[in-house]
Each structure stands twice: as structure tokens, then as C-alpha cells.
Design a protein around this ligand. Structure first.
Ligand code: 4ZY
Length: 271
């Protein structure tokens, strides 16, 4: 995905290394960034900065929705997004669909601060293809979060228009989606494609940019679509007890994440 570009992290120990039915799964102890999960050679998360992605992928859509009772997560076998959803008492049901159960097992065993997301009694785990799962759902969710890897390998189908049509049909009126939106620096074609699809299908479309030092370019986007609510400002207040558990998300960061550099604004408009 990034010819000629690399990030170096010193590895102290290989904790886990095995090929699952779908991909190569590696877990390393790094010298400075804690444990690091790698799928097919691509960094998925490090303990050092995973909070930025998990918090914003979750709290941007959940705080944009006035009353998110029913939530679906596709991908994200590490459990980090589930951990963040668990902080919202208003959520009653969390469906979760992940293709590779081996990722869940690795996270539960070796990354307990993420794997703990599966301990929430509201979570219903489905092992299988996210696209097949979504195409069977109509009018079912207030919020859908797609925590995919990149558009190569098992995640490829999650970047296609047919998948986004399925997401739209699976939403309840006024529902919101948030999907992994690649990088405005590293993957402008993908950013443009996702923005174009969501603009065509949804009433409201927005794209947030967040810092993730260990992702290519040091940043990643969150592509969002809404059937009603505004996305760039929170619809609900955050109570202090939730705020105190977070490290990245604040109502101010919510608004700031949608303010983009001029080249990215143009890219999104023209797509
Ligand atoms: N699932 C989050 C994620 C996003 C981008 C990349 C890897 C993992 N490259």
C-alpha cells in the first residue's frame, strides 16, 4: 500500500506469529510503543497510540447521534472500538461481525486492555463476512462502525459502493455510519472514492482526520455518512465521568477533526 515508505520500530520480542485462515497475524513487543499487532505485514495498532483511533472511530458517530441504542461494528477484532462503545450507557445492543476469529483470540489473550471490549454483556459476536452480514440487515441500527484494515486482502470488499448501499439500508432513520477512511496524505484516490460514495448515498457526509503516529503518514481519516443528524458537532453532551476515561476525544476535538487542510477540502469537494 505504500511503495518506498516505511516506519521503523525496534522489536524486543515476537509474542505471537501464525497464519490464520485469512491472514498472517503477528504480535510484537516493541521497545517504546508497547505491544504491536500486525496483520499481513501492516501495523494495525500499538499500545502507544491505539486510543486515538478507537476513541475517535467510536465517539464521533456515537456523540453525533441523539439516541444511539442499537450499534453494529464490522471488523475491529482487537476489541478496542467495543471497549469505547461500552462507555455509553445509552447503547442497548452491540452487534459485532469479524471475519477472523483468530484476531479476537490473540487480542483477548495478549492485549487485555483492548480484548476487554468483548466482556460487555451487550455485545453479540458474529464470525463471518461483514459484507454478507450487512446485506441481510434492513432498518436495524442507529450507528454502524466499520473498523476495517486496508482495501487489500479480506478488507477489500468493505471499500466498494455495494457495501455502502448495504450499510445505508441497514440503518434506521436518522442513522450514522463511520468507516476507516485511509489517509489524506497517503491514499488520496481512496479518500476521494469513499467521499464520493458517501456523498451520493447519504443526506449528510463528512470526513474527519486524526493523528495516529504509527499509521502511514501519521494520520488516518474517518469517513462518515448520516441519514439525518449533523456530524461535525456533537448532538449529546459528554458527562465528566466518561470524559475522564478518555485521552483524545473531547467535544472540541470532535469539531476540530472535521477541519481539514485546503488540499484535502478540495479533494473531498471534487470527488
Ligand atoms: N483497523 C484500523 C486500521 C486502519 C488502517 C490500517 C490498519 C488498521 N492501515
Amino acid at each position: 500500500m505504500w511503495p518506498g515508505v516505511a516506519l521503523s520500530l525496534e522489536i524486543m520480542e515476537t509474542i505471537y506469529s501464525k497464519k490464520s485462515k485469512f491472514q498472517q497475524i503477528d504480535l510484537y513487543q516493541t521497545r517504546h510503543h508497547g505491544k504491536m499487532l500486525v496483520l499481513d505485514g501492516i501495523i494495525q495498532l500499538t499500545e502507544f497510540d491505539e486510543f486515538t483511533y478507537q476513541e475517535m472511530m467510536t465517539h464521533l458517530p456515537l456523540f453525533s447521534h441523539p439516541d444511539p441504542k442499537s450499534v453494529l461494528v464490522i471488523g475491529g477484532g482487537d476489541g478496542g472500538v467495543l471497549r469505547e462503545i461500552g462507555r455509553h450507557d445509552v447503547v442497548e445492543k452491540i452487534d459485532f461481525c469479524e471475519i477472523d476469529e483468530a484476531v479476537i483470540a490473540v487480542s483477548k489473550k495478549f492485549l487485555p486492555e483492548l480484548g476487554c471490549g468483548f466482556d460487555d454483556s451487550r455485545v453479540n459476536v458474529h464470525i463471518g463476512d461483514g459484507n454478507a452480514f450487512i446485506q441481510k440487515k434492513i432498518n436495524a441500527y442507529d450507528v454502524i462502525i466499520v473498523d476495517s484494515s486496508d482495501p487489500i486482502g479480506p478488507g477489500e470488499v468493505l471499500f466498494k459502493k455495494a457495501f455502502y448501499e448495504g450499510l445505508k439500508n441497514a440503518l434506521k432513520p436518522g442513522g450514522i455510519i463511520a468507516t476507516q477512511g485511509e489517509s489524506i496524505f497517503m491514499h488520496q484516490e481512496w479518500v476521494g472514492t469513499l467521499a464520493g460514495i458517501t456523498r451520493e448515498l447519504f443526506l449528510v457526509q463528512a470526513y474527519a482526520n486524526i493523528y495516529v503516529p504509527t499509521y502511514p503518514g501519521g494520520n488516518i481519516g474517518i469517513c462518515m455518512g448520516s441519514l439525518g443528524p449533523k456530524l461535525v458537532t456533537p448532538a449529546r453532551q459528554i458527562c465528566q465521568s466518561i470524559q475522564d476515561q478518555l485521552k483524545y476525544y473531547t467535544p472540541q476535538m470532535h469539531k476540530a477533526a472535521f477541519v481539514l487542510p485546503y488540499f484535502a477540502e478540495k479533494l473531498l469537494k471534487e470527488s
